[in-house]
Every structure is written in structure tokens, then in C-alpha cells.
Write a protein that binds this ligand. Structure first.
Ligand SMILES: *Cc1c(COP(=O)(O)O)cnc(C)c1O
Length: 379
């Protein structure tokens, strides 16, 4: 099976984790701060706060932005459920907005249309690795005094008009799950330029306690206070040692993802009926996913049949995503359903994510193209 995504782990990564295992600190130690500093530099942010998943990163960001019960937060319909779940964690209400049909990114006009007096924030998603329309979203958020949070879990290394994802919103969340650009097994990070937001997230990830174990040891004191309700969202030093080692390879990983995407692009120029999503001229795409769309739903070109036929040949295609407002939980809790975001709903019936990850060979890319051409055209 050629998986749609997969980690790349080498001997350097393994040695880094082993060294952390032999050190004094397995968690809340020096590797956490080291990883945070290196990551902040890599994404052009002043601060980065490491946590134990991308979902925890989103939750910490929403908390730091001051979102609470009764607040509304606008999120795109076509994303991973965690983008909206983090709003629900805080007792707030996710309001689903539709995406543009070409790139499947949150439409600023839709945000404007769904804004109410209770709207407090917008979460933009850099779907597939294509940076969102940050100029328009920033302007809109500034005008209405909303926080702009980016779910950058697809887009580490993405660039928008010369600025990296991580330096485009008030808070940007990243994930280090194995299918993402770099991995720590599980892990996440929030980048921000605001030291006060960073401080709040460091308290939040540690039970709402204002100091950590290492700090108290330095001070020679047992005393601490819990100032608000927090969680254990701490990441280990083992994971951060791996993250540091992975981060050194990010440029190479991105290059490889872009090479694979370019090879796919060349192939799809010659194939009728199946088209990759559009890419704006002013961005560098990070290609967490390579998403194509079936332009017709006839015969052999039907998406679900193509999906099954490719899987049967060992090609690990996937679908990203069932729109969040169509999940049973959201239907039940927020009375969402079909027709609320028609562009996302229509796209979700036609899209397919093709395998893309740094360890993929040219032969594997060509094998995917050959199979998509043969099975997609049959019918
Ligand atoms: C992966 C991902 C997340 C969640 O990350 P985890 O590390 O799996 O918790 C959130 N949003 C998007 C868009 C993602 O792709």
C-alpha cells in the first residue's frame, strides 16, 4: 500500500530521542523550550508554545483568545473536526461558513455574512497546505475586533505574499501527527507574536498553574497556585528532541512534497475530467495534501468507485473531509445539516486526496498517476 501520508524517521531522529531518554528530563525539561525557540524562528513568530497535540494547540489558542460560553466563532465547513471541536470545548458555538469552489478555503464574504454581535473570532484553515486569504481575513477581523486564529495544521512551511504561515494570524496552531510535515508522534504548537497570549497558553497547558516543576526546583520552593482551570497538555522532552531533529529536515521535506505535487500537476494537465485544486499565484503551497476533484460524477468517474478501485490496487487515497456540520454530533448539538454550506458539501462528494509524503519515490508517484488515469477514465 502507498499511504496518503507517512512520517520520515532517520537515525539522527532516533539518536536524538535516545539522548533525551538518557538525560535528567523526560518532560517539562530543556528540550521543550529549545524546540519552541527553534520553531518560532522557523515560522517567523516571536513565541511558540508546545503542547501534546494539534487539537490541544487549537484549544489553547481559543482559550488564549478569551473565547467562552455563548461566544460564536466562525470556522470553515471543510476541515478536520478538531477545528470546530476546540470552540465547543470552551462552551462556545462554532458557526460554519462555506469555502470557495476553486481552492476550498474559507471565503471572507461568507465570514462577513455569518457574523453576528456574538462573533468573537474566526478560525481560518490553510486547507491542504494552501494559505488562506489572510489579507482579507485580517482586515475583516481588525474592522470588527475579532481574533484571527489560524489552523495551520496542513501548512507548516506555507508562505503567503512572502510571509510564513505562523506569522499571519494572532495565533496559529500546528500539528506534529505522523502524517503532517514534521512529527513528534503526537504533538502540537501555537505560534504568536503576543507574549501575553503565549503566557496564558503556558499556564493553560499546565493545569492552570503559574509555574512549572523546573521553575520551582530552581527557586527551591514547593509553593504554587492554580489560577484558572487548565489541562495537562504538556509535551515530553522525548517528543521535543524528535521535533528539533525533524525541524532540521523541514526544508527538504517541503521540497520533496513540492516536487511530487509538480509531477502530479504535469500528469493532470494531460488528463480530462480530474483536476487538482487551484493554487493562487501569491503563495507557496505546503502540500500536506494533494487534492484532486472529479469534474463529472458519471460512470467510472464516480468518486467512491474510483476511491475503492484505487484502494484495491494498494493506492492509499483518502477523502478530506466530510464537512464538519454534517457529522452526527454537530447535527444533534447545533442542528446543522445539508444545504448550510453547499459548496463544501458538493466538493466533499468529488474530492480525493492522493498519496504525498517525503519518502515517496518517483516510481510510486507514476504508479498513482497511471492507476488514476486508467481507473478514472474507465466507465
Ligand atoms: C491534524 C489536524 C488537526 C489536529 O491535530 P492532532 O495533532 O491530530 O490533534 C487539526 N486540524 C487540522 C486541519 C488537522 O489536519
Amino acid at each position: 500500500m502507498i499511504p496518503y501520508g507517512r512520517q520520515w524517521i532517520d537515525e539522527e531522529d532516533i539518536a536524538a530521542v535516545v539522548a533525551a531518554l538518557r538525560s535528567d528530563w523526560l518532560t517539562t525539561g530543556p528540550k521543550v523550550a529549545e524546540f519552541e525557540e527553534a520553531f518560532a524562528r522557523a515560522v517567523g513568530a516571536r513565541e511558540a508554545v508546545a503542547v501534546n497535540s494539534g487539537t490541544a494547540a487549537l484549544h489553547a489558542a481559543v482559550h488564549a483568545a478569551g473565547i467562552g460560553p455563548g461566544d460564536e466563532v466562525i470556522v470553515p465547513a471543510l476541515t478536520f473536526a478538531a477545528t470546530a471541536n476546540c470552540v465547543v470545548f470552551q462552551g462556545a458555538i462554532p458557526v460554519f461558513a462555506d469555502v470557495d469552489p476553486e481552492r476550498l478555503l474559507l471565503r471572507p464574504e461568507e465570514v462577513e455574512a455569518r457574523r453576528t454581535a456574538r462573533t468573537r473570532a474566526v478560525i481560518a484553515v490553510d486547507y491542504a497546505g494552501h494559505p488562506a486569504d489572510y489579507d482579507a481575513l485580517r482586515e475583516l477581523c481588525r474592522r470588527h475586533r475579532l481574533s484571527l486564529i489560524a489552523d495551520g495544521c496542513h501548512a507548516l512551511g506555507g508562505i503567503y505574499k512572502g510571509r510564513p504561515v505562523g506569522a499571519l494570524a494572532d495565533l496559529t496552531a500546528f500539528s506534529f501527527h505522523p502524517v503532517k510535515h514534521i512529527t513528534t508522534g503526537e504533538g502540537g504548537m501555537v505560534a504568536t507574536d503576543d507574549p501575553e497570549l503565549a503566557r496564558r497558553m503556558r499556564v493553560f497547558r499546565n493545569h492552570g498553574i503559574t509555574s512549572d516543576h523546573r521553575e520551582r526546583e530552581r527557586r527551591g520552593s514547593w509553593f504554587y497556585e492554580m489560577v484558572e482551570l487548565g489541562w495537562n497538555y504538556r509535551i515530553t522532552d522525548l517528543q521535543c528532541a524528535l521535533g528539533l531533529s525533524q525541524l532540521k529536515k523541514l526544508t527538504r521535506f517541503l521540497e520533496r512534497r513540492r516536487e511530487i505535487a509538480a509531477r502530479y500537476d504535469r500528469f493532470f494537465k494531460t488528463l480530462e475530467g480530474i483536476r487538482p485544486l487551484a493554487v493562487s499565484g501569491d503563495v507557496a503551497h505546503a502540500y500536506h495534501l494533494y487534492v484532486v476533484r472529479l469534474e463529472t460524477s458519471l460512470g467510472g468517474r464516480d468518486r467512491d468507485r474510483l476511491f475503492s478501485a484505487l484502494r484495491a490496487e494498494g493506492i492509499g487515497v483518502n477523502v478530506h473531509y466530510l464537512p464538519v456540520h454534517l457529522h452526527p454530533f454537530y447535527r444533534r448539538r447545533f442542528h446543522t445539516g445539508e444545504g448550510m454550506c453547499p459548496i463544501a458539501e458538493e466538493a466533499a462528494r468529488r474530492i480525493l486526496s492522493l498519496p504525498i509524503h517525503p519518502g515517496m519515490s518517483e516510481d510510486e508517484v507514476d504508479a498513482v498517476c497511471e492507476a488514476v488515469g486508467r481507473l478514472g477514465a474507465a466507465g
